[in-house]
Write a protein that binds this ligand. Structure first.
Ligand code: UDP
Ligand code: MG
Length: 275
């Protein structure tokens, strides 16, 4: 079997403080895997600039020239959010003959030394290798508990998704092609990949503290991601709303009948006003 071409896909929003060191570290990892004969020498890193207002894209462009295209990327016209950035990165990188793709955050909080483990599992036949965090100690209290509550709600609603899932994940070209046919636009990638089928495996990793810059997620964007996750993968909220709708209309119907009877028998009417 020929060696796989690996594309590392990195979404980034205002990451000028850490992007250069991330580029160098990922190049180091690619060269190491290439020299050990684990991946093809055509492997590359693909950045998606998600509407940064700082110099992130300039730095990516500079390395693109200096590395003769080993660093590639696209730049969005505005901020579309990290899920859309990852998805666009997978789709765009797939036009460069990559066989497999690993998405990882630009701050490299996710243990990048595990990349070789993802590739090994892919070579053994897994089409989706999902990264699972060992713990949430690197998160603040708020994020830790809201994330755990989110996974509890998802599981209660019948969505069987592993707790502490992340967007650090390997997918094969076949999976990306299947994803292109997926109509979902309200994106929650962890749920979509969980749902797609294919041979799956997991890699467990530690999360480091952010090396520079601040988190790009606000409580509102996290809430919106959680709502996307819940509403796109469970019909229970829809059923609850439908049930409430039925109860309300049944109640109104009964009230209407009783007002009608009142009017007929007792000549009382429900009045909106009287002068
Ligand atoms: N990110 C992005 N668009 C956004 C928000 C985040 O591309 O609207 C990127 C960000 O640059 C990073 C990754 O998504 O590469 C994860 O973001 P961050 O590290 O801020 O999240 P946290 O680790 O705090 O959950
Ligand atoms: Mg981070």
């Amino acid at each position: 079997m020929s060696l796989p071409i690996l594309a590392i896909v990195v979404p980034c929003l205002n990451e000028e403080e850490c992007i250069a060191s991330t580029i160098l570290r990922l190049l180091e990892i690619l060269f190491d895997l290439e020299s050990k004969g684990e991946i093809d020498k055509e492997s590359f890193v693909f950045f998606v600039n998600d509407g940064s207002s700082d110099s992130t894209w300039n730095i990516i462009e500079k390395y693109n020239k200096e590395t003769n295209g080993k660093i590639k990327g696209i730049s969005f016209s505005r901020n579309f959010g990290n899920q859309k950035a990852i998805l666009a990165g997978l789709f765009e990188a797939s036009s460069y003959n990559a066989d497999c793709f690993i998405s990882i955050d630009a701050d490299l909080q996710q243990d990048e030394t595990k990349i070789s483990e993802f590739v090994k599992k892919y070579k053994k036949g897994s089409q989706i290798v999902a990264g699972i965090r060992n713990d949430r100690n690197a998160d603040g209290i708020f994020k830790k508990y809201t994330a755990l509550t989110f996974y509890k709600i998802m599981n209660l609603l019948g969505v069987k998704i592993k707790v502490n899932h992340s967007d650090y994940r390997l997918v094969s070209k076949q999976v990306v092609d299947a994803l292109k046919k997926f109509p979902e636009t309200n994106l929650f990638l962890r749920g979509i990949f969980n749902d797609l089928g294919f041979n799956k495996d997991y890699v467990y990793f530690d999360v480091k503290a952010r090396k520079a810059g601040k988190t790009k997620f606000t409580p509102m964007s996290l809430l919106s991601l959680a709502i996307s996750g819940i509403t796109s993968f469970s019909i229970v909220p829809l059923r609850i709303v439908t049930f409430i709708g039925f109860v309300m209309s049944f109640g109104s119907f009964i009230l209407g009948i009783s007002a009608f009877i009142d009017k007929l028998i007792r000549h009382n009417a429900v009045l909106a006003g009287q002068l």
